[in-house]
Design a protein around this ligand. Structure first.
Ligand code: CA
Length: 261
């Protein structure tokens, strides 16, 4: 059971917590607020929110550990709140599995924009269970070489199968647990084929913008894409120097690697 309209706030500063509470409530969320990491993890377990806002500097466990614990069981959209000076922390948080961040002091409008962009994206339906196998499932003896095609929303490329209907990804019959951000990026690249997807293009995609609407995209937004692609490669077991799936086009963006015979 999950609710599109439940949010959990993990924040030890009372003023910021109250502000976040007001902003999220105005956006129509049922809000649960926790003053520290361990209570926050429990709140996410209990309420299964669509959105988590997370302060990285917490009194008990550090924010990165909170993200790692949440990613064991939750595919909530995790937005970190970071101080402007903490760029390295932001990158580490994204590597640990957070989706996005806003810097403090944040403008309520900015947070609302991030969250409404997230709500435009579809929700993962397959539970991201670590090490999940499908007992008794028929695993094809061999995955035929296929060009990426969008037949019924199923993409296949070099042994990888992504099903946008069930929002699941597998390689040789083995399920790969991806966050929704990683899934959306992978789908964007599979659907683009050998056409290069620029980083701003991918930022827009994650914001739920179908095409260039002229919204501002910062260097930090582009670095966020680089970190998510790095995470994706690690989970897929892809090698950036000899890619099976994600090829870097230096200084521009990414595209699908060539089909291997
Ligand atoms: Ca704090």
């Amino acid at each position: 059971m999950e609710s599109q309209r439940v949010a959990v706030i993990i924040e030890d500063d009372t003023d910021i917590r109250d502000l976040l509470h007001a902003v999220l409530q105005q956006s129509g969320f049922e809000v649960h607020a926790s003053p520290n990491g361990s209570e926050g993890v429990e709140a996410v377990r209990r309420h299964n929110p669509a959105v988590v806002t997370l302060d990285l500097g917490l009194p008990d466990i550090d924010g990165f550990e909170v993200i790692r614990q949440l990613r064991q069981f939750s595919d909530a959209y995790i937005v970190m709140l970071t101080a402007r000076a903490e760029e390295l922390d932001t990158l580490m948080g994204l590597e640990a599995g957070a989706d996005d961040y806003v810097t403090k002091p944040f403008r309520p409008r900015e947070l609302r924009a991030r969250i409404s962009a997230m709500l435009r994206r579809p929700r993962t339906t397959a539970e991201p269970v670590a090490g999940q196998g499908v007992p008794g499932a028929a695993v094809p003896a061999q995955v035929p070489a296929m060009v990426p095609s969008a037949e019924e929303g199923v993409y296949r490329h070099n042994g990888l199968v992504l099903d946008s209907g069930t929002r699941s990804t597998e390689i040789g019959g083995r399920q790969i647990a991806l966050t929704r951000t990683e899934f959306d990026l992978l789908q964007a690249l599979l659907s683009g084929g050998r056409r290069v997807r620029t980083k701003p293009d991918l930022v827009r995609r994650l914001r739920g913008e179908e095409y260039d609407t002229g919204s501002y995209i910062s260097d930090a937004d582009e670095r966020t894409i680089e970190v998510h692609v790095g995470n994706l490669r690690r989970k897929l077991g892809d090698d950036s120097r000899a890619p099976r799936w994600l090829e870097t086009v230096r200084g521009v963006g990414y595209r699908l690697a060539p089909e291997q015979g």
